[in-house]
Design a protein around this ligand. Structure first.
Ligand SMILES: C[S@@+](CC[C@H](N)C(=O)[O-])C[C@H]1O[C@@H](n2cnc3c(N)ncnc32)[C@H](O)[C@@H]1O
Length: 207
C-alpha cells in the first residue's frame, strides 16, 4: 500500500492499493470467515465516499460540532473528511477486519481521532450520533437490504442521513433527494479511475 493523496481530495491521504500491493491474496479462502473473504474495499476511495467527503469538506457546517457515524467506512475517507471539517466525534463502522486496520492507519496518517466500531452496527439500534454519512453502501443487494432498515431507524431517532453514490444498481432512489453532484474518480468500482458524476443525497422517510 502507498500513502498518497486521494484524487479529487488532495487534503486527505490514504494507504491506497497499487499494482504491487498483492491484495489478490486476500481473496483466497479463509476458514475463519463463514461468509468467505471480502474484497479489499478499504484499499480504494470509492466514488460514493469521495463525493460525500468532498461535499462535507466544502460545507463544514453540515458536520461542525456534530457526532457523526461513517457507515461502511472502508478506508475511512468520509469519517476523516468529517473530522477535518470539525465534527465533534466520528465513529467509523466497518465489518472487515482488514478494513479496521486500514481505518486506524488512515486516521493516524491524517492526524484525526476516529472511534472504530467493528461489531456490525446495522443489526441494532443507532448509536448516539447526530448525522450518518453512508458512502457507497449500495453496491450489493444484501448489503443494501441491511442498510435500509438501519437508516430508517436512524430517521425515526431524529438522526439525519446523507448518502454518497455514483448510481449503483441497488441504490434506493425513491428514498433519496439529490443535494449535490460532483465528478469524482471511481477507483474502487468498475468505472476505472475516470471521473464520473456522483451524487450526495438526503435519505428520506418512505411515502
Ligand atoms: C464500497 S465500500 C465503501 C467504503 C467507503 N465508504 C468509501 O466510499 O470509500 C463499502 C464498505 O461497507 C462495508 N460494510 C458492508 N456492510 C457493512 C455493515 N453492515 N456494517 C459496516 N460496514 C459494512 C464493507 O466492508 C465495505 O468496506
Amino acid at each position: 500500500m502507498r500513502l498518497a493523496p486521494v484524487p479529487s481530495l488532495p487534503d486527505i491521504r490514504l494507504y491506497l492499493a497499487h499494482p504491487g500491493s498483492g491484495l489478490q491474496r486476500l481473496l483466497e479462502p479463509d476458514d475463519e470467515s463463514a461468509a468467505g473473504p471480502q474484497p479489499p474495499y478499504w484499499a480504494y476511495a470509492w466514488a460514493g465516499g469521495a463525493v460525500l467527503a468532498r461535499y462535507v469538506l466544502d460545507r463544514p457546517s453540515i458536520v461542525a460540532g456534530k457526532r457523526v457515524l461513517d457507515l461502511g467506512a472502508g478506508s475511512g475517507l468520509v469519517g476523516i473528511a468529517a473530522a477535518k471539517a470539525g465534527a465533534r466525534e466520528v465513529i467509523a463502522a466497518e465489518i472487515d477486519r482488514n478494513g479496521v486496520v486500514a481505518l486506524r492507519l488512515n486516521a493516524e496518517a491524517n492526524d484525526v481521532a476516529i472511534h472504530i466500531c467493528d461489531e456490525g452496527v446495522t443489526a441494532g439500534p443507532p448509536p448516539a450520533v447526530d448525522l450518518v454519512l453512508a458512502g457507497d453502501v449500495f453496491y450489493a443487494q444484501d448489503v443494501g437490504q441491511r442498510m435500509i432498515p438501519f437508516l430508517d431507524r436512524c430517521l425515526s431517532d431524529g438522526i439525519e442521513v446523507l448518502v454518497g453514490d455514483p448510481g449503483r444498481a441497488w441504490l434506493p432512489r425513491s428514498r433519496l433527494r439529490l443535494l449535490g453532484e460532483y465528478q469524482v474518480p471511481d477507483v474502487g468500482g468498475n468505472g476505472g479511475a475516470e471521473p464520473k458524476p456522483s451524487g450526495v443525497f438526503a435519505f428520506v422517510a418512505e411515502g
